[in-house]
Design a protein around this ligand. Sequence first.
Ligand code: 5AD
Ligand code: SF4
Length: 359
Amino acid sequence: MNTLTEQEILAYLVGADDKELFGRAEATKQEVFGNEVYLRAIIEFSNICDKKCHYCGLRAPNSTISRYRMDVQAIRDTAAAAADAGAGTIVLQSGDDFGYSTQVIGELVRDIKERHDVAVTLSLGDRGLDEYEFWRDCGADRCLLKLETTNPRLYKRIRGGEDFSARLHRVQGIRDMGYEIGSGVIVDQPDSDMITTLRDILFLTQLDLDMIAIGPFIPHPHTPLGNARPGSITLSHRVTALLRILNPHANIPSTSALGTESPKERQRALTRGCNVLMPSMTPEEHRRDYNIYPGKNEAISASKHSLDSAKDMIRSLGLTPSSSKGPSKKSPHVHESSTQNTVGPCAHRETERELVAAD
Ligand code: 5AD
Ligand code: SF4
C-alpha cells in the first residue's frame, strides 16, 4: 500500500519506527527500479548568480568565492568525457547566470544531443518559460527547479523577497511543455518544524514529480544563515523515505548534501529508497568554487574519475550502476519520445510540435 495518512507520516517523521520506514521505502524502490542505480553526471558550468538566497554560498553578495564561467567548448568537452565514461544523463547546472544567452544554451543542448546518446537535464534556475520552451525544442529532456520550501512566507524570506507562486508557476509551466520535471526542498532549515516538513511532503507528492531531490540544510558561513543550526540528517533520510513510499515511480537521488557530514549517509540513502546518484563531473579546477554549502564536492577524489568512484560505491552496496538514461517510470510514452537522441535543428522541432498540437 503506497498511501499514508497524515498521522502516519508525522509518526514516521518523529522517529516512531525508522526500521519499518526505511524497509518500506527500499521495498517500494526495489519493486519499481530493482537494483539499478541511475547515474547523472553534473557539470556545474558557472557559479555566477544574480540571486541573494539566504542559505546559499553562491549568492551574489558573497564576495569571498572566486567566480568562474566555463566557455562553451569546455562544457562540450566535459559532456563528452561524461558520456564516454558511461553517463546516461548530463545535468547542466549553474547559478542564475544570465551571461549565457538563450541561443547559446540552446546550441549547447543541441550539440550534446547530436553527439551523444544521453538525456540532458537543465538546472539553470529562474529563466523565462519562453527560454525553457526553446531549449525543449533544442532537445532538452528534463529540468530541475527546486521549490526549496513549500511555505510561501518562508520562501519569500529565504529567497530574498521572491514570490513562491512565480516559482511554482514556472515548475508547472516547464512540466506542461513535456519536460520531465524535478523539484525538492531543503529539509530542517531555520524556522521550519514538523508541520512545515509534513506540508512539504504532501505538496511535493501532489505535484506528481518525475524527480524529487531532498537534502538537509547546511549552514554556509558567508550567508545570512551562517550561524544557524545544521539540518538533521536523520530527518532528511526520513523525508526521502516517505517521499519514496508516496511517489513509487519518481527518481529520487541520494543527494550530495546528505553526504557532506559523512559519505556513508549517501550510501545509506541508496538502501533506503533512493535510486539515483549525481556525481559532479565539473573540471577539477572549478569544483571547490561551486561552494553552495561547505563540503560540497570535497569528497571527490582528484585521482579517480568521479563517475568511476560512484560506480564503485554502488557496486560495494550490492547494487548495479546503470548507464541507462533512467527516465522516471511515471509515463513511458512521454519519456520514450522525450529522451530520443535524433533531434534536428530547433526550428524543425518547433514545427513538428505545432503540428502535433494542431491535431
Ligand atoms: N544547504 C542545503 N542545501 C542547499 N542548497 C543551496 N544551499 C544549501 C544549503 N545551505 C541546495 C538548494 C539548491 C541546490 C543547488 O542546492 O536546494 O537548489
Ligand atoms: Fe543562486 Fe541557486 Fe544559490 Fe539561490 S540557490 S543563490 S539562485 S545558486
